[in-house]
Design a protein around this ligand. Sequence first.
Ligand code: FPP
Ligand code: MG
Ligand code: MG
Length: 311
Amino acid sequence: MRRAVTSEVPALATAAEYFFKVGAEGKRMRPTVLLLMASALTNEPGDVRRRQQRLAEITELIHVASLLHDDVLDHAATRRGLRALNLEVGNKLAILAGDFLLARASVTLASLRNTEVIALLSRVLEHLVTGEVMQMTAKADRLTSFDHYFQKTYFKTASLIANSAKAIVLLGGHDVTTAESAYQYGRHLGLAFQFQDDVLDFTGTGSVLGKPTLGDLREGIATAPVLFAAEEHEGLGALIERRFKNVGDVETAHDWVKRSKGIERTKALAREHSAEAVRAIESLPPIDCPHAMRCRKGLKELAYMAVNRIK
Ligand code: FPP
Ligand code: MG
Ligand code: MG
C-alpha cells in the first residue's frame, strides 16, 4: 500500500502518504474484512490471491481518499488521533492528495482486467459522492426522514465494503450466489458499523475516538439517535429541520436524545444488522477447510465487534 502512494513530487508524496504511515493507518477494517472473505472461500494461493490483495488495497485507497475530501468539507481538525491533513497542508493540497489516491486506485483497478469489478468499484465512487451531496443539500422535509438517512448511510458507508466484498469473491472465481452473500455481509456490517458510529458520537469519549463527540449535531446532521428521539419529543423536528443552527440547539437536541430511547433503539438497530451479517456468513457454501472456517468465524466476530466497540 505504501508503494502505491509514492510520488516524485515531494509535496504530493507527503500529503498522499500521510494516512499510510506507521501509527496513522487506522483500524484497517476494510482490508481485514476483504482478505478474510477471500480466505473464507478458498485456501488457494498464487495469482488469484494476489489479485484479491490488490482489490483490498484499492478499497482502502478509495476509503482514505474519501476521508481526505470529507475532512475538507467538514473543516475537520483531527482524524485518527492526528491533525487532519487539511490542517497540515491546506484544503487545496488535501483535495488533490485525495484525487491522487483515487487515480492510483484506478490504475490498480484497471490492471485487474475485470470489467464487472471495475463497474462495481466505480459505482461505489458514485455512491460516496451521492451520499455526501444528499447529506449536504437535503431539504428540510427530508432531514427528518428515516428512509433518507438510511439510504444516505448505505451510500456513504455500506456500499464500499458491500461491493468490494462482492468484487473480491468474483475475483476468486466463485458463483453469483456466493458473491451475493458476500455483498449482504458487507452491506449489513457497514450499516451496523455506522449505526454504532452514530451512537458513539453521543456516548463516546473524544480522546478514545480520535475525533470530537457530538460532531454530527454540530455539523447539522441528524442521525438515528436523533431521528428516534424526535418520535418522542415533538419539538425536536424543528431543530433537525434548521440543522441545529440556532444558539443552544446542539445542547437541547443532545439533552432530548439522552432523555429518549434514541440511543437504545439505534443500538438495537445496529445489533439487527450485525445479526444479518452473521447470517450472510452462514449462507456461504459449505467448505471442508479448517482455515476457511476460522476466517468465517473471524468475519462473524467482526460483526460482533462492530456493535460492541468504543472506538
Ligand atoms: C465520512 O463521513 C465520509 C465518508 C464516509 C464519505 C465521504 C465522501 C465524499 C467526501 C465524496 C468524495 C468521495 C471520494 C471517493 C473522493 P463523516 O463526516 O460522517 O464521518 P467522520 O466522522 O469520520 O468525519
Ligand atoms: Mg467528517
Ligand atoms: Mg462528513
